[in-house]
Write a protein that binds this ligand. Structure first.
Ligand code: DAH
Length: 344
């Protein structure tokens, strides 16, 4: 009996010692099989109890049971410890640092040309003009002839272009052909504002692109005069720049208007004082304009004795270049995000 009791004690010590070294679920399971399993050490022990003298069996059995209960309790404790440990480890691995600044979301923005076009069009809408558009691939008739620029007219040199199908199909060099297209399908009064892309056969440099935008304006009605034209253009300049912006009209030549002129505005950056943007003149050329030429009215079937019109055309990139002090028009269509992202 003494020897059996000793064996039991050693067994318990060994079991508890082993258990302390168990570090994960599978080792834990193994331990359970070795000590508490059906073929484990404790089961072996119980079998040997059966060989004792009957009188000794109850005490030996009780002792063995007490050890079994103790080992089961130790097992449960260790199991709980291991679970807690692995949970800690998982938290450690999954840890989120909520103090990190969030990654910046890049939201898109309108292109600077689109932004300025929308401002221009909305000002003219307030002044009673309707927005319309025309094709970029245009016929010679609309781009030139109907605008009083016959073949071989020297004025064609101002608008050299790309031909899609020479000599009659080309990329429009200005938005002025939309004047003709609009008048053809309307009767006066006409008041339209026409944003759109135009093309020029042009060597590129800081102030020349082969593709850019224009905004054309046209009004036709009985009794329109140069005073109406000036009133509309000054109202526009004072809305897009400063409310007290000064405007200056200079005689100029465009075949589709008579008289023709250009409007200069007081430099909106230095307000006329002279700066880099206005090349120290205090003034900036803003647009071409004039009273619609009688031949143009006749070309669309209007009677120049009955109705008069005024027209104007401007470059929106130029306005954006002035207001944002951008010194190279090529930046607009170079797709460089370092440039574009400044207009978010
Ligand atoms: N179409 C001209 C150009 O591209 C600009 C222009 C001048 C438009 C006078 C007009 C105008 O309507 O009246 O240079």
């Amino acid at each position: 009996m003494a020897s059996l009791a000793e064996t039991l004690e050693t067994l318990e010590k060994r079991a508890l010692g082993d258990l302390a070294g168990v570090g994960d679920d599978s080792a834990l399971e193994n331990w359970r099989n070795v000590y508490l399993g059906r073929r484990g050490a404790l089961a072996d022990y119980l079998r040997s109890v059966g060989q004792l003298a009957a009188a000794d069996r109850p005490a030996a059995g009780q002792a063995a049971n007490a050890v079994k209960v103790a080992l089961e309790a130790a097992f449960a404790d260790r199991e709980a410890q291991i679970q807690a440990l692995s949970l800690d480890a998982r938290f450690e691995a999954d840890r989120i640092d909520v103090t990190l600044p969030a990654r910046r979301l890049h939201t898109g923005a309108l292109h600077p040309t689109t932004q300025i076009l929308r401002r221009i069009v909305s000002i003219f809408r307030d002044l009673g003009f309707r927005e319309t558009e025309g094709p970029e691939v245009e016929l010679d008739w609309y781009n030139f002839e109907a605008l009083n620029i016959p073949p071989d007219h020297p004025a064609r040199d101002m608008w050299d272009t790309f031909y899609v199908n020479p000599p009659s199909v080309l990329l429009r060099t200005h938005t002025s052909p939309v004047q003709i297209r609009t008048m053809e399908r309307s009767t006066p009064p006409v008041r339209v504002i026409v944003p759109g892309r135009v093309y020029r056969y042009e060597a590129q440099d800081p102030s020349h692109e082969w593709m850019f935008y224009q905004v054309e304006g046209l009004a036709v009605d009985a009794g329109l005069t140069m005073a109406d034209l000036k009133g509309v253009l000054v109202a526009f300049a004072q809305r897009i720049f400063w409310p007290d912006t000064q405007c200056k009209f200079r005689c100029s030549y465009f075949p589709f208007v008579e008289p023709g002129m250009e409007m200069d505005v007081q430099c909106p950056i230095c307000r006329g004082q002279g700066c880099r943007v206005c090349k120290h003149s205090g003034w900036l050329e803003l647009l071409g304009a004039g009273m619609v030429h009688p031949k143009v009215l006749t070309n669309v079937g209007y009677d120049p004795e009955q109705v008069h019109g005024f027209a104007f055309g401007m470059g929106p990139e130029r306005i954006a270049m002035v207001t944002h002090v951008i010194d190279d028009i090529r930046l607009f269509y170079g797709n460089d995000l370092r440039f574009l992202q400044q207009f978010g």
